[in-house]
Design a protein around this ligand. Structure first.
Ligand code: ADP
Length: 326
């Protein structure tokens, strides 16, 4: 095995519930295996500013149930430049950090891939994003919690939608991915999900209108993925209101409520398994891989694959939603 003695850990990009469980797992598994651990604050920014502290087992006590990230997160433009990454590298050398575990989404793993190649530096990534848009893992850390938050919110909106016989467009997160919208729609018995993956194939709104938003029902709920491709909930609602004034249309944008909260059991277990697997990967001399779990098996997914391969939406789910919303 290579000469790794000290492992640095950071969370970057959009935060996701379960990141703390992942920090705990990486820290504890590293210490269990005899490594030193250092926590890097505010994502890649901490590597530029030198905000780094030694982490012991007690630093990660009592955090498995907390949303957010105790290491904080930030967007760091400087890390996108070669000069910024040089400063980051010098910091790692100065701090005697021999390998990194980074937790974040697509952007975080892209930064990791570039840095790892540039400096031949060992990095293992964990998929931490509510969007579930990374290839090579069935779910990402935070996705299940966000889905449950959406379900609870939509259930509440359903009560008022039914009382007033309204049509609600509810916008959920998922920049380029419809996982939250589609599975959220199935979980809440919504009429439809408008998602970026099929927006170019069919006019999903037109389809809904043609079907009369199912006239036998006294309320309708449509989940919309927040994305320039779908146009977002507000845009769709305006379109309906203009063309079909008979509908009493309302919009709810769930927003950042989806990012917070105590992680579900699924996310805590996922983060714990992935965190421990990140240390196993380093022990096995793996580098530049993201830890994925597919069919309940740990997998090492090269950064290139995790980032570049679009994770397809499951057509069976779309069909199920269509069948059940008649
Ligand atoms: P997420 O990881 O949630 O997708 P971002 O896209 O904001 O979030 O990325 C998080 C951080 O990763 C950025 O602020 C930046 O520091 C780093 N990053 C993203 N893309 C690149 C890139 N092309 N090169 C270097 N660093 C990057």
């Amino acid at each position: 095995m290579s000469q790794i003695k000290c492992i640095g850990i950071l969370t970057s990009g959009g935060d996701a519930p379960g990141m703390n469980a992942a920090i705990r797992a990486v820290t504890r598994a590293a210490i269990y295996n005899g490594f030193e651990v250092k926590g890097i604050y505010r994502g890649y920014k901490g590597l530029i500013t030198g905000e780094i502290a030694p982490f012991k087992t007690q630093n990660v006590s009592n955090i498995i149930q907390q949303g957010g990230t105790i290491l904080k997160t930030a967007r760091c433009q400087e890390f996108k430049t070669a000069e910024g990454r040089k400063i980051a590298y010098d910091t790692l050398v100065k701090e005697n950090i021999d390998a990194l575990v980074v937790i974040g989404g697509d952007g975080t793993l892209t930064g990791a891939r570039i840095f790892a190649t540039e400096y031949n530096y060992p990095i293992v990534g964990l998929p931490g994003t509510i969007d579930n848009d990374l290839y090579g893992t069935d779910t990402t850390i935070g996705y299940d919690t966000a889905l449950n938050t959406i379900m609870e919110a939509v259930d509440k909106i359903r009560d008022t939608a039914t009382s007033h016989e309204r049509l609600f467009f509810i916008e959920v997160m998922g920049r380029d991915a419809g996982f939250l919208a589609l599975n959220g729609a199935i979980a809440t018995g919504a009429e439809a999900a408008i998602i970026p993956e099929i927006s170019t194939e069919v006019d999903q709104l037109e389809e809904l209108i043609k079907n009369g938003f199912r006239k036998s029902k006294n309320s309708s709920i449509v989940l919309v993925a927040e994305s320039p491709i779908t146009g977002g909930a507000m845009h769709l609602a305006e379109r309906v209101q203009k063309e079909y004034p008979q509908y009493d249309v309302r919009v709810t944008i769930l927003g950042h409520i989806q990012r917070g909260g105590s992680p579900t059991a699924h996310d805590r277990i996922l983060a714990s398994r992935m965190g421990a697997a990140a240390i196993d990967a380093l022990l096995e001399d793996q580098r530049n891989v993201m830890i994925g779990i597919r069919n309940n098996e740990i997998e090492y997914v090269p950064f290139n694959k995790a980032i570049k391969n679009d994770k397809p939406i499951d057509r069976e789910l779309l069909n199920t939603l269509r069948k059940l919303s008649i």
